[in-house]
Every structure is written in structure tokens, then in C-alpha cells.
Design a protein around this ligand. Sequence first.
Ligand code: ADP
Length: 432
Amino acid sequence: MLIMTLIVLLFVIVVNNSSVANDPTDSLVDAVMANASKLVYSDGTFSWNNIDLYKRGVYCSVYSIDGTELVGAFPSEEHFTLDFRSGMVRSITVDGAKYLVFDIYTDYEGGGVWIRGIISPYDQSEIIKELLALTYTLLPVLIVFSIVGGWLVACSAFRPVEKIVNSADSISSGSDLSARIKLKRGPSEMKHLAAAFNRMLERLEQSFEAEKNFTSAASHELRTPITVILAECDRAKRKCSTKEDFLESVNAIEYQSRNMGELVQQMLSLSRLQYGAEKYPMRVSSLSEFIDACTDEFFIDNDKSITIRKEIAPDVSAKYNPDLFSRVIMNLLQNAYKYGNENGNITVKLSADKAKNYAVLCVQDDGIGISEENLDKIWLRFWQADPSRGVSGGSGLGLALVKEITDLHNGTVAVESTEGVGSTFTVSIPMK
Ligand code: ADP
């Protein structure tokens, strides 16, 4: 504002100086004399085609010797009727307006003409003088107004920012992540900013909550095997008198350690998947052969004498990470085996859904099944059905991992189950 004001001020001063420097009397006389020299007289007649009827505020007109107007321009609509006086600048007032008048008589052999110049001195310098006076008084006021106004506008624009900063400060210092920034009034940009902050806080709150739940569930899960291990150690030290007693305790410790190892492994895989800590290269290869091999490998030990059926369509290929996808197959088979009946049946099916271009893997068992109200919960981390169902082992992370891995493969996972009848888990991933 200050720079703009100074430029305008400079401009006004320059214009004013140049017009003041041009004295109106001089301009008037110069213009009339110039026009007199431009008059052409030939063959007894005057020609005034070259003269300037208006130039730099001076109006010029040409009269015959008897005072008849031949050509001319005037500052007002009324043409002056004023007697001629050659070579003399006169000041007159017409309808309250001041003018300077200068006449000159040009004499030639055959006669002569009057050239009259009229200038309004008021037009030239008075207006600019007044303009300058106005500028000198108005500009400082304008500057003060713009400074005060700008300051007020900036203050009101930054008030919501201050509010956001205060709210963010109070949230971070109070460790209450459920608090939100409330901005009722303010420009829409600030409301958007506050909304973005709130969304960020919501995500933070969710991830802190998930982290808290995960940690407390993990420590709860680890506490049981550790308690068992400590108790077995204590028993071995105090009560085991024979080698057999001692081996029994070692076996119990080994079993619990294996469970803990599996739990830690599952937790690690889950967090790596969730935070993208590792790259899992995907490659296109035969899913039929892979599932066949995994199933054979899993059922090397089949203590429950379960009958395995394989209905694996040949030549089904997909883009997958073998390390990860083997965990999907193993976890589903492990559950089908764990929750399946002695001498029961497990069917492993692989088919190609050509319409949707999906490879579909089904693992079906006729075991204890899952009650309807628990069907949604089985995908949650650390969730296990009532332990009174008598199946020991497991961490409650197996299916959460299956879901996470399937998501990574842009696939879907679903379950159909009836309590006491059996369950079918279906995993679909896009084919090659
Ligand atoms: P877990 O380590 O307990 O098997 P999972 O995440 O693999 O953990 O499974 C979660 C729960 O879902 C299990 O505790 C079990 O109650 C239920 N479940 C999973 N698969 C089956 C199945 N094939 N039949 C019956 N219940 C199952």
C-alpha cells in the first residue's frame, strides 16, 4: 500500500509540476502566434486548414475583419461576443468561469483576419493544485486506514489459526486423543484445516488404540505359557526324582515354548505386513502344484486319521508370494485339522472362476464348526472361541494373518460354518 501510494503521489506531483511550468498566458500567446503563422493567403483568400483549433487547453477561432466567425472552437457552448484587441491578453469572466483571451490581427494586402485564442487557466493549474492539496491530506489518511485495516483483517484471519494451535497444544499436552478441534466460525479454509487435523487425530487415536489392544493381548497371551514354563521349572527342581519325571517337565516346557515361538512368529508377520516393513515380491506361477505340495507336506503327520480329499483343478496360475501364501494354506489346514473330528474329513479344493478371473481355494472340514454370532469375530486378532470347547493351542492370530495376506494379494476371504456340522473357508485371489 505504501509503495503504491508513493507512486501515485509521485505521478500527481510530476503532472502538476509540468502543468504549472507551462504558464497559461504563455501557452495562449504561443498557440495563437503559431496558428497565425499557419494561415495561408493566396489569390485573395485565406485558407485555415492547417491551424490547430484546440491544442494544450487553448481554443482558437478565426474571424473576418468585420467580426464574423469563420471557423473556431470554444471552451463553452456559448460563443463569446467580445470586441477585438490585438496583442493583448485579457482576463474575462463568462457565466462565472474565468478565461484568458488573446487576439491578434493578421493583415494582408487584400484584407485581414482576427485570430482569437481562449484558455481556461482554472482548468490547467487550479484543478491540479486542488488535486495535490487533496492528495496531501487524503493519502496519509489512506495509509493509516490501510495499515489499521490490514492489521485488523490479518488479526481476524489468524484468530482461527491461533485457536487450532491452542487446541492442538492442549490435545498433545493432555494426552487425550479423543479431543477434537471445534471451530464454529471462521473462513472455510480454516474449517478445512481443522477438519483435516481432526481426521488426523482420529487416525492417530485408532492406531494408538489398536496398538494398545495388540500389546495388552500379546502380553496376556504370552503370560500363560510363561507361567506354565516357570511352574514346570519349579516342579522339576523340587519334585522330579527320576529321569522320566524330569523329561515330562522338559516336554511340557518344550510344548509351551513352541506355542510361544509360533505366537511371536505370527505377531511379527502381522506387524511386518501391517506396516509394510518388508517387500514381498509376487510372481506368477502354478497355484495348483503349490497347493498340492503344501497339502501333502501338512498331512505327513495325521494323528487324527482324518481323510484328506484333494480336488485341485490343474493349470490354475496366479500372481502370489509363495512364502506368504503358504501361510494362508497352512493356517487354514491347521484350523481344519485342529477343529476337525477324529476320523473326520477335510477337502482341499482349487478351482478357476473364469468369469471373474479368480483362483478360488476352499478348505472344508466336518469339525466342530463356528456359531453364527462368532462368524464375524474370527478375523479379529487374538480372538478365540470359548476355550471350553476343548481345543488347545493356537494364538488367535492365524485367521487375522490369512485376511491380511489375502488383502495384500488383492483377494477376498470368506467363511461358511454351522456349529457341529463343519466349516468352509474360501480364499479368492486374482488369476494371472
Ligand atoms: P487359533 O490360533 O485359535 O486357531 P485363528 O485365528 O486361526 O486362531 O482362529 C480363530 C478362531 O476361529 C479359533 O479360535 C476358532 O475358534 C475359530 N476357528 C477357526 N477355524 C475354525 C474351523 N475350521 N472350525 C471351527 N472353528 C474355527
